[in-house]
Design a protein around this ligand. Structure first.
Ligand SMILES: C[S@@+](CC[C@H](N)C(=O)[O-])C[C@H]1O[C@@H](n2cnc3c(N)ncnc32)[C@H](O)[C@@H]1O
Length: 234
């Protein structure tokens, strides 16, 4: 049986038994293969924009699960799916901006799926902003360790409500849901951000950039805000 990383295992845990899924940007295909092997999903679609990853997925299918018929599709984003064709769409391991673009390509289609499990590698704040501004609600959030990284997993559903939020709001970067749930990795997550921002501060200080005073002030304010959040996180 295929062994999933903690990140992919958490995504698999968010899929209820009996849910059909499409894994967009499947690459190695590990998640769909695992869901099939464990009898969790009656229908799994593996989709990718590139042939190389789909060949990799095919090799893994032959290795782990040759007896099963898998549904492999090639194309960008959700264009390989019919509206409402599956219960849940997974888009993991891509940038937040690209995930937002994929969902924005055809918003009605994106809203035809009951659940979206999104795992942006970066620009998480941009993806959250897009979701709030386009009628999706974030139902849950999770932090998962993968190697030296803490990965963010977002569970979103279409709910039709448009939420206005300032693009610079810290809530877009650190989900309030993580505080509510006292996520065990939250302290480390915020401390990582403080460490990065302190480095940025030192670099601005050492450099001779224009508007140095402004930039230092902004960086200092951000460090203070993060330190305040760190205190609230446990
Ligand atoms: C880093 S891999 C992520 C693999 C897997 N989802 C995971 O989380 O481990 C990103 C995959 O997304 C695919 N990809 C990039 N842009 C895409 C798009 N617009 N539509 C579908 N797949 C895309 C790439 O070909 C690549 O296989």
């Amino acid at each position: 049986m295929i062994k999933l990383s903690d990140r992919l295992q958490k995504i698999a845990d968010l899929i209820e038994p009996g849910e059909s899924i499409a894994d967009i940007g499947t690459d190695h295909g590990f998640l769909p293969i695992a869901l099939w092997e464990r009898g969790k999903s009656p229908h799994v679609i593996l989709s990718d924009i590139n042939t190389g990853p789909l060949e990799k997925a095919r090799d893994n299918i032959n290795k782990y699960s040759p007896e099963n018929l898998f549904d492999l599709r090639i194309g960008s984003g959700l264009e390989t799916l019919m509206p409402a064709e599956v219960d849940t769409v997974v888009i993991a391991g891509m940038g937040g901006q690209l995930i937002a673009e994929i969902l924005g390509e055809d918003k009605n289609k994106s809203k035809s799926y009951n659940k979206l499990i999104l795992q942006p590698r970066n620009a998480q704040d941009k993806l959250r902003l897009w979701l709030f501004e386009n009628g999706f609600a974030i139902r849950d959030e999770f932090l998962v360790r993968e190697g030296k990284y803490l990965c963010e997993i977002i569970l979103a559903v279409p709910d039709g409500q448009i939420v206005e939020i300032k693009p610079e709001a810290i809530d877009l970067e650190i989900s309030p849901l993580l505080f509510q749930k006292k996520d065990p990795l939250l302290v480390e997550f915020i401390e990582n951000k403080i460490r990065i921002e302190k480095k940025v501060y030192d670099e601005i200080k050492a450099g001779a950039t224009k508007e140095k005073a402004d930039k230092l002030k902004k960086s200092e304010e951000r460090i203070e805000l993060l330190q305040e959040l760190r205190k609230r996180s446990g």
